[in-house]
Design a protein around this ligand. Structure first.
Ligand SMILES: [Fe+2]
Length: 260
């Protein structure tokens, strides 16, 4: 039985405060998962409860007003927006949040998104009050993907999804590198580590490292690097949603769309 999987659904327009029911996330941090129905994107607001200093992971442009309202309502000081990679399926809300909150936009140094304020690399961290969010470089979906680690949880962007993973046929994607990133970095985290994915395509809003190691049909259960790369190289998928609008805009942190 697939008992490790958290099946708490991502109720689309509802907001889940994951920290409230997850004892493994430290008491001094809060996590809120947010959802964009059009692109099935999960964004995350993380904050230090004492200082109210916050970071937003993978904001979606079309949800900017929702996010601004929430940040004000929670009394947070949004200091950072973080892109787990340059997205091809939605336009980022980073630029809008930078305009409103003077937030610092972070992306990986390989992203070629020159709009960013800070280009990060493996081993860097984001200070959130007395806490830190560690940056793991996890190439494979693209050559500029990162995952973000806090005690007890990891935000995996498109690197690792619930029972799936990101595609590898765009932006210098590489299935072998993706296999290595997942198996040599993410799968070495404790099994109980919560995985917060960048998308929810099937109503499962999060999972755990242990569950994906065991049940992920693409590379769980001890599947080999060759099995994985063969599978990924033979995937037939449509172009990403909004590809031709999203990619050029996201290389400018969403600025073209907002006209700024
Ligand atoms: Fe992606």
């Amino acid at each position: 039985m697939d008992s490790l999987v958290y099946t708490i659904s991502c109720h689309r327009n509802f907001i889940i405060d994951a920290a409230d029911d997850m004892s493994s996330v430290p008491d001094n941090l809060s996590v809120r998962q947010l959802f964009d129905r059009t692109s099935s994107t999960c964004s995350y607001l993380i904050w230090d409860r004492a200082s109210r200093v916050a970071a937003m992971i993978d904001p979606v442009h079309d949800q900017s007003q929702r996010d601004i309202n929430l940040i004000y309502k929670l009394g947070l000081q949004l200091k950072y927006t973080v892109e787990t990679h340059v997205h091809t399926d939605h336009i980022t809300g980073s630029h809008v949040l930078r305009q409103v909150f003077n937030a610092i936009v972070l992306v990986h140094e390989n992203s070629t998104a020159k709009c960013a304020d800070v280009l990060v690399k493996d081993g860097d961290f984001i200070p959130l009050g007395m806490n830190r969010v560690d940056i793991l470089y996890t190439p494979g979906h693209s050559n500029g993907d990162i995952c973000l680690l806090i005690p007890g949880a990891v935000f995996t962007g498109d690197t690792l999804l619930v029972r799936s993973c990101g595609r590898t046929d765009y932006q210098s994607g590489d299935p072998g590198k993706l296999y290595d990133s997942i198996t040599q970095q993410l799968f070495t985290l404790p099994d109980e580590t919560i995985v917060y994915p960048g998308h929810d395509h099937n109503g499962q809003s999060r999972t755990t490292i242990g569950a994906e190691k065991q049940y992920n049909p693409r590379l769980g259960g001890g599947r080999s690097r060759k099995q994985f790369t063969d599978f990924m190289n033979n995937l037939k998928q449509d172009h990403p949603t909004q590809l031709y609008a999203a990619l050029p805009s996201n290389l400018r942190c969403g600025t073209q769309l907002s006209g700024l």
